[in-house]
Design a binder for this molecule. Structure first.
Ligand code: EPU
Length: 296
């Protein structure tokens, strides 16, 4: 068994914290209250404090990689999980227990180095493991949900429950977690030859780097692929590559990436989204659906 623990420490509320730097889009106004729990006790205390203050709307933030936050920010509380037990990955045979605050890429590379396969298709996907579960992050034919055994979630009363993956309503970039916060995750992986796992990881990551604008600020693919066809290909064929609105633009490398060229507002992005939807609808008769969460 290999385990790394972080030291529990209390975290007070911060006020009016700009959220831009907590998202891969680098867009977003301030949070009225901002919390960074490191332990279950921290999170319980935060919920207790929020209950005492009277129902404050709260938003749970992972790596902020599938997220567009309004320029006006959040008139409520944002609970950032990126420091939550952020070094905890433990192995029990083929079962992995990991905290929600661990970076997904740390999980993917660590399990690959242990010679466990099943996550290598997720190479290059940003964000935390908790966020990946909530959004059922995936690439190619694999989603993190395919490898999940159980998760532990905390509700706003501070109660922790262990839930089987089949109960999570996992679908294409979706789950039924609602206001519950994912705190720990258990995955079932398979033993494999370490060099082969590493090779598949490198292959997936290289493909991603070749076809996607990974060095630019974005939220990854903006639209879900429709039942038939590819959203990126449709946007490309509709002539959208390189189209700009303010400081937001459609990537020239992969049309399903809306990129922030530096200083883009949420408004810049959302009006570009309207243009895309209208054009794809008129060319292909398809209503594109966003896979990016928009706050509030
Ligand atoms: N294509 C174009 N022009 C473009 C983009 C794509 O013609 O600008 C074509 C490609 O040549 C290919 C087809 O469209 O024939 C599909 O493209 P790709 O292989 O890039 O896959 P995708 O369906 O666009 C999906 C996921 C990605 C994931 C990749 C690789 C969705 C919406 N996107 O992209 O996920 O990385 O497969 O597995 O499901 C994300 O969710 O943020 C994301 C990037």
């Amino acid at each position: 068994m290999q385990t790394v623990f972080s030291i529990p420490r209390r975290v007070p509320a911060r006020h009016n914290v700009p959220l831009r730097n907590y998202t891969t889009f680098r867009i977003g106004g301030p949070a009225r209250y901002f919390f960074e729990p490191r332990t279950l006790d921290d999170l319980r205390l935060i919920f207790a404090a929020m209950r005492e203050k009277g129902d404050i709307p709260y938003y749970v933030l992972g790596g902020g990689s599938k997220l567009l936050i309004s320029d006006d920010g959040i008139d409520g509380a944002v609970i950032s999980m990126r420091r939550f037990e952020d070094r905890y990955i433990a192995r029990f045979g083929n079962l992995i227990r990991v905290s929600a605050g661990v970076r997904l890429q740390r999980l993917v590379t660590t399990t690959a180095s242990w010679g466990l396969c099943g996550l290598e298709d997720l190479a290059g996907i940003p964000g935390t493991v908790g966020g990946a579960v909530r959004m059922n992050a995936g690439a190619r034919d694999t989603s993190i949900g395919d490898r999940l055994a159980h998760v532990e979630v905390m509700d706003s009363e501070g109660t922790v429950e262990r839930v089987h993956s089949a109960e999570l309503g996992l679908g294409y970039r979706t789950s039924n977690l609602g206001g519950r916060v994912v705190v720990f995750i258990e995955l079932e992986l398979k033993p494999a030859v370490p060099d082969e796992v590493r090779e598949r990881f490198i292959e997936a990551f290289t493909r991603k780097k070749l076809t996607q604008p990974l060095s630019l600020y974005s939220a990854g693919c903006f639209f879900k692929n429709p039942a038939k066809g590819s959203a990126g290909q449709m946007m490309d064929l509709a002539g959208l590559k390189g189209v700009e609105n303010g400081r937001a633009a459609i990537s020239k490398k992969h049309a399903n990436f809306i990129v922030n060229r530096g200083g883009a507002s949420a408004r810049d992005v959302l009006s570009l989204v309207q243009v895309v939807r209208q054009l794809v609808k008129s060319h292909f008769g398809v209503e594109l659906e966003s896979e990016v969460c928009v706050w509030p």
